[in-house]
Design a protein around this ligand. Structure first.
Ligand code: SF4
Ligand code: SF4
Length: 412
């Protein structure tokens, strides 16, 4: 069990410097919904046994796990690790209502099983394409819970990305392994294909292990740490077999999770070293390409607002590389968003479980974008892309939101 380590908990010196950078504190205005308040609640959680107070559970579950507090903290508090430990304890001690338990089990079971996820995605694609979705919405037959769940999927799902090795286009310079993701591969197949094309045109032979599975981030955020660790072991095995020394990923949330496998399995003596070796090989695709881009992009006369995904900026400290890639496209002008590193409210399934806070953050992000009025918003995480698109549409702004790899693919 990961739980919460006292030495990590004690790194918080209660200075409060993180408060103004915390999106939930900003929206809810309650100390218990700030990083410092949540760390105090974690201290309570580990000091007592049995079912915790419902308000403690509520404040810990209202955290986006965006890790903006890690960026702000002068004391190096590993907030993401602490929160996942806290969620694991809550998962063991708190029994949610039957419907919530069932929804969680079905949701996590589906993302963890590629065949089940593939079938579910094909059904959603049919629902979208046969006009059933449009008709059901027109007739008002779609319950709110389903409408909210739909917001987590693209308006039009393309064919899934097929896992297969592909050679470099032109001179071969690198052997890399590609982590295709679960939702990325099935719901954003076009973006995975674009990513592989961009890598191949930059001299990469792309190895794609067929045995790879979901990264386990959704399990970890829900406190299902055993499920998350089981998925991690399967991925480690799959990528070891590829022989590649670099593992690339194009979804910020998955990347942060894969880079955290060493911590996730640190109490497992049989897997600890393998997990650490795996984690140090993982790079966001923009990290790799910023250092290895050899293709010649054609000009795009665009004002581009780059939206930092929390799990890339705060979770992986990757900020410069995506901007460098965009700046390498002739005639692109990068515009910065006010409060650009504040979470957009997507955060995995947060916009399903905490709709009001997610909506407020989404509106704030849409208004920051409208203030600079770019031609396109670019980001590196599918959740941010959907959340921002939905809120721009609600605000009546016709500004497209694209994954950085789709834009790069278009230019080369
Ligand atoms: S992870 Fe994000 S939402 Fe949670 S306490 Fe830290 S800053 Fe606040
Ligand atoms: S988490 Fe860091 S910034 Fe926030 S109160 Fe603790 S020590 Fe200070």
């Amino acid at each position: 069990m990961m739980s919460i380590r006292p030495d990590e908990l004690s790194t918080c010196i209660s200075c409060g410097l993180c408060l103004n950078d915390c999106p939930t504190f900003r929206v809810l205005g309650d100390e218990a919904d700030s990083p410092r308040g949540r760390i105090a609640l974690m201290r309570t959680l580990v000091s007592v046994r049995g079912t915790p107070d419902p308000s403690l559970v509520e404040h810990l579950e209202a955290c986006l796990v965006c890790r903006a507090c890690e960026t702000a903290c002068p004391s190096g508090v590993p907030f993401g690790i602490l929160m996942e430990g806290a969620r694991e304890i809550l998962h063991e001690r708190v029994r949610p209502p039957l419907l919530a338990r069932l929804a969680l089990r079905i949701g996590l079971g589906t993302v963890a099983d590629p065949r089940r996820l593939g079938l579910a995605t094909r059904l959603v694609r049919l629902y979208q394409r046969l006009g059933v979705r449009a008709l059901a919405h027109r007739l008002g037959l779609v319950p709110r819970a389903l409408r909210d769940a739909e917001a987590l999927l693209p308006a039009r799902i393309d064919a899934a990305y097929e896992l297969r090795d592909e050679p470099a286009i032109g001179e071969e310079r690198h052997h890399i392994a590609f982590f295709a993701g679960c939702v990325m591969r099935t719901a954003f197949g076009a973006t995975d294909r674009a990513t592989v094309r961009v890598l191949r045109k930059n001299g990469c032979r792309v190895l794609v292990p067929r045995a790879q599975v979901c990264c386990g981030a959704l399990h970890a955020h829900a406190g299902e740490a055993d499920g998350s660790r089981a998925l991690a072991r399967r991925n480690i095995e799959a990528f070891e077999a590829s022989g590649a020394t670099i593992i690339l990923v194009n979804a910020a949330g998955c990347g942060a999770q894969l880079k955290g496998y060493g911590v996730l399995l640190r109490d497992d003596a049989a897997w600890r070293d393998r997990a650490e070796r795996f984690a140090v090989r993982v790079r966001d695709v923009t990290e790799f390409l910023a250092a290895n881009f050899v293709a010649s992009p054609r000009p795009l006369r665009l004002r581009v607002a780059y939206q930092d995904a929390c799990h890339l900026a705060h979770g992986q400290k990757v900020r410069r590389q995506p901007r460098a890639l965009l700046a390498a496209i002739p005639q692109v002008t990068i515009v910065e968003l006010g409060d650009g590193e504040r979470c957009c409210g997507s955060a995995g399934t947060y916009n399903l479980t905490h709709r009001d806070v997610a909506d407020e953050l989404g509106q704030m992000k849409a208004s920051a974008i409208r203030n600079v009025n770019p031609d396109v918003v670019v980001t590196a995480n599918p959740g941010c892309l959907l959340q921002i698109s939905a809120h721009l549409e609600r605000a009546g702004a016709r500004i497209p939101v694209r994954h950085i790899m789709d834009l790069l693919d278009e230019t080369i």
